[in-house]
Ligand binder design. Structure first.
Ligand SMILES: O=C(O)CCC(=O)C(=O)O
Ligand SMILES: [Fe+2]
Length: 215
C-alpha cells in the first residue's frame, strides 16, 4: 500500500500537484475501455523508436501524433493514418483536474492526449515534455498498477528529483515554473492494480497537453 507519508514528506515544487484517487473506480474502468478502443486504431498502439531503440511503452495518440521529437496529424512512423480527435469530454476532465489542484482555467483545451501502456517491465526514462509550443500545464492520469514516478528539475536528468508513487486513479499536474521539469517512470509494480479499475496487470497513463500548434 502507498504510505501517505511517502508523498507528503517533501512538498512538490510550485506548479506540480499530485491528487491521489482523483478518478473513481467507475471512471477508471470507463477510461480503460476507451484506451483499449483507441489502441486498436485507426492508428494502432506502437512503441516509438528513439535512436533505433523501441520504447518499452506502447503508445497511442489523440489529436496529434507524437514521435521523437515532433507532432504531426498523421502517424507517419506507424501507418500514415490520421489520429483520432481529442474527445470533448477529455477537455472537461482536464479542466476538472486543474480545478482540483487549484489551477482553474476555463480556457484550458488540450489538443493532444498521449496514451501510454506499461507492461510489467516497461518504464520511461527521464525526459522533458518539450515538443509543445504552449506553456499550459500537462495533466496526467494513471490507471492500473502503481508506479514509481520520478519528478526532477528543469536543468538536467539528474538530482535533485523526488520519487513518488502514482496509483490507479491518481492525477498529476505539472505546469508553471516546473512545466519543463524532467520526469520519468522508474518502475511499475506488477499486480498492484486495485480490483475494479479495469486493468488486471499493467498501467495506463494519459497525458493531456496543449501543443500550441496549428494545422
Ligand atoms: O506514465 C507517466 O506517468 C508519465 C508519462 C510521460 O511522462 C509522458 O507520456 O510524457
Ligand atoms: Fe512526459
Amino acid at each position: 500500500m502507498t504510505d501517505p507519508l511517502f508523498d507528503t514528506a517533501v512538498p512538490l515544487p510550485e506548479g506540480a500537484h499530485h491528487v491521489p484517487g482523483f478518478l473513481t473506480l467507475e471512471q477508471q474502468r470507463w477510461l480503460v475501455a476507451r484506451c483499449r478502443e483507441w489502441m486498436r486504431g485507426p492508428v494502432p498502439a506502437h512503441s516509438p523508436r528513439i535512436r533505433g531503440h523501441a520504447m518499452s511503452v506502447e503508445m497511442v495518440c489523440l489529436g496529434w501524433h507524437w514521435r521523437p521529437y515532433a507532432y504531426t496529424r498523421e502517424a507517419v512512423d506507424v501507418n500514415g493514418r490520421r489520429v483520432l480527435e481529442v474527445p470533448p469530454w477529455m477537455g472537461r476532465l482536464a479542466r476538472q483536474a486543474l480545478e482540483a489542484v487549484g489551477e482553474s482555467d476555463a480556457e484550458y483545451e488540450p489538443d493532444v492526449a498521449l496514451v501510454n501502456w506499461y507492461g510489467a517491465d516497461a518504464r520511461m526514462g527521464m525526459h522533458q515534455d518539450r515538443d509543445e509550443r504552449a506553456s499550459a500545464p500537462v495533466v496526467s492520469l494513471s490507471v492500473g498498477d502503481r508506479c514509481r514516478f520520478r519528478f526532477g528539475n528543469t536543468e538536467n536528468r539528474g538530482k535533485p528529483y523526488q520519487d513518488l508513487e502514482l496509483a490507479s486513479g491518481d492525477l498529476f499536474v505539472f505546469g508553471g515554473p516546473v512545466r519543463l521539469a524532467y520526469h520519468g517512470v522508474v518502475k511499475v509494480f506488477p499486480g498492484t492494480a486495485p480490483q475494479g479499475c479495469g486493468v488486471e496487470q499493467g498501467r495506463y497513463n494519459i497525458t493531456l497537453r496543449v501543443t500550441g500548434l496549428e494545422g
